[in-house]
Design a protein around this ligand. Structure first.
Ligand SMILES: Nc1ncnc2c1ncn2[C@@H]1O[C@H](COP(=O)(O)OP(=O)(O)OP(=O)(O)O)[C@@H](O)[C@H]1O
Ligand SMILES: [Mg+2]
Length: 240
């Protein structure tokens, strides 16, 4: 087992709205085994991104536990340093919106975390270029700043960065939403061929075709709460 999530919840205190509370996530309990791919689906605002951010500790959950078994820690209560150590080679994450725009080249966005993990610089660059190549990012853009790239190009750089170190747990928030069908196909192939079989993935997707292609199980959220878990092979959509 990689993850055991119990009664996970996140409530936002809206200070600007006089302390009004918004429930982002409530009562999520699940288990994730090594090699398993869990798709998270649900209408806009149902809590999908909040769940991934709680697992990545971008958000500090308000209740519940997230036991990350390989390091035997509760991600809800672990200190900042432990979380930072886990990010990268243990836990990889791509956010839904491409908000991080560092002043480094696209290839370096992907290669830098590898170098920080001890991969030799030349080897790190080679791996980064290979990943970007497999996502059909034109080589002429490898040295460009991500800020100058299109949405779909940036999304590929982000995905390559999250995959590069082959983390044990990968959290993907709509990683192919800005891609055209052919590039999306490449991204899905890459998930299949680049990651070791024991990698566990929690991925947010809207398209039932993609869910059936990549996932084993599907968690359906509605209004911040889990409503059902279904077998991905028979999944036809949130309302089906
Ligand atoms: N930082 C925040 N502050 C306040 N409320 C938030 C915050 N993040 C999320 N929420 C609220 O939590 C709820 C769930 O949002 P979330 O982003 O998880 O939805 P989602 O399922 O990912 O939607 P989408 O499909 O549109 O990406 C929403 O009502 C949202 O307004
Ligand atoms: Mg979202």
């Amino acid at each position: 087992m990689i993850l055991t999530v119990t009664d996970l919840a996140k409530t936002f205190e809206m200070h600007v709205l006089d302390g009004t509370r918004v429930v982002g996530l409530d009562g999520v309990t699940l288990q994730l085994a090594a090699g398993e791919f869990l798709a998270v689906v649900g209408k806009s605002g149902s809590g999908k991104s909040t769940l991934l951010k709680c697992l990545n500790r971008t958000y500090k959950p308000t209740a519940g536990t997230v036991r990350y078994h390989p390091a035997d820690v509760d991600l809800v209560r672990a200190d900042e340093r432990t979380i930072l150590e886990l990010r990268g080679d243990e836990i990889g994450y791509t956010s839904q919106f491409l908000d991080e725009i560092p002043r480094v080249s696209a290839v370096d966005v992907v290669a830098r975390p590898l170098r920080e993990q001890g991969v030799a610089p030349a080897r790190a660059t080679e791996r980064a270029e290979d990943l970007l190549d497999r996502l059909a990012l034109p080589q002429s853009l490898f040295d460009a700043y991500p800020a100058t790239l299109s949405g779909g190009e940036r999304q590929r750089v982000n995905l390559a960065q999250a995959l590069a170190s082959k983390p044990r747990l990968l959290l993907l928030d709509e990683p192919t939403s800005a891609l055209d069908p052919r590039t999306r196909e490449l991204a899905i192939d890459l998930l299949d061929t680049y990651l070791p079989p024991e990698t566990a993935v929690v991925g947010v997707f809207h398209d039932p075709d993609i869910v059936r292609a990549v996932a084993d199980r599907v968690l359906v959220l509605d209004d911040a709460r889990p409503v059902r878990t279904v077998d991905a092979a028979t999944y036809e959509g949130v309302d089906a």
